[in-house]
Design a protein around this ligand. Structure first.
Ligand SMILES: C[S@@+](CC[C@H](N)C(=O)[O-])C[C@H]1O[C@@H](n2cnc3c(N)ncnc32)[C@H](O)[C@@H]1O
Length: 306
């Protein structure tokens, strides 16, 4: 088992060459993350919910690039009545980005969330969709499906069907947008305690990347022409990010689209890593580096089926 400090050092050593300001990268990775949350407007008026929270927490601050997102100095919002009643959802900022980049595409539409539990992004999409349209939220693990159902229930979400299935054998399903938020080595969550596996050095990136590619390939194969596929991970590892996308570009009829959110600094995808060269288009993917916006790390690709 590795100590968090050892994992941090390993991450800094492995990825410093990919960032322009490696000192800042190392400095920010060492700082704890602030707690962040999202208001769930299905359960009430945003301003009223905020007013209630501000009555006991004067540190609440709006996040500049997302109207519904806030940060706080408190660490125990999980025991607040607003959390229990589903008026807020405690969520990392990085995790709020995939639904946000598709916000204009999902209203009144059909969404397939392929790896959905515990439902951070599903519940956010339901809010963006005003609880209308239809989300199919799938996950392969029974224990995590329970958390997903609990979260949907707590947040008052009624536009979502839950399925328990290995997505690799999911029946062909037409949707407007597919979210493929895959299991990964989770290195990007290093600023939170104990969330990166303690055997980090032993990680088999290639094992993850094989699974990730199969999950994404399945979504690309069932996606109708013109639909959108959003792939995301919370790892720095190019093996699980640009490598997977590059292979999919080669094998599937999809095209990468640029990603932009006003006020949020996004890095671009990298086109080579160690001895590997990736498809030049992977530059259109987005990397969230911890020192750019004081967040976790995240990777995103937005594709359109041709
Ligand atoms: C990164 S987590 C998803 C987080 C979720 N999207 C959210 O925002 O709360 C990856 C999920 O993939 C699920 N998973 C792993 N293998 C799977 C498979 N073959 N088919 C479907 N889901 C799978 C895991 O159980 C896990 O819940």
């Amino acid at each position: 088992m590795l100590k968090p400090e050892t994992i941090k050092e390993g991450i800094i050593e492995r990825y410093s060459s990919l960032v322009s300001n490696s000192n800042k990268f190392a400095e920010v990775i060492d700082k704890p993350l602030k707690q962040t949350f999202r208001i769930n407007s299905i359960k009430g008026d945003k301003e009223e919910i905020l007013e209630q929270i501000r009555s006991y927490d004067s540190s609440v601050k709006k996040v500049l690039w997302y109207d519904n997102a806030f940060e706080t100095n408190l660490t125990n919002l999980g025991s607040s009545i607003q959390h229990f009643s589903g008026q807020i959802y405690i969520q990392e900022l990085t995790s709020m980005v995939p639904p946000l980049i598709a916000a204009d595409l999902i209203k009144e539409k059909t969404i397939l969330d392929c790896c959905a539990a515990p439902g951070s992004k599903t519940t956010q999409m339901a809010d963006i969709m005003n609880n209308e349209g239809h989300i199919i939220a799938n996950d392969a693990r029974h224990g995590r499906i329970k958390s997903l159902r609990g979260n949907l229930d707590r947040l008052g979400i009624t536009n979502t069907t839950v399925t328990l299935r290995d997505f690799k054998s999911f029946p062909n399903t037409k949707a407007d947008v597919y979210f493929v938020d895959v299991p990964c080595s989770s290195e990007g969550t290093i600023r939170k305690k104990n969330t990166v596996a303690r055997k980090w050095k032993d990680y088999d990136y290639n094992r993850f990347s094989k699974l990730q590619k199969n999950l994404l390939k399945k979504a690309c194969e069932m996606a109708p022409k013109g639909s959108t596929i959003i792939y995301s991970t919370c790892t720095f590892a190019p093996e699980e990010n640009e490598n997977v996308i590059s292979q999919i570009l080669e094998e599937e009829n999809v095209e990468l689209k640029k990603i932009n959110i006003n006020g949020l600094k996004l890095g671009h995808g990298i086109t080579n890593w160690k001895e590997n060269e990736y498809d030049k288009d992977v530059k259109k993917c987005a990397r969230m580096w911890p020192h750019h916006n004081d967040t976790d790390a995240f990777f995103l690709a937005r594709m359109e089926k041709c």
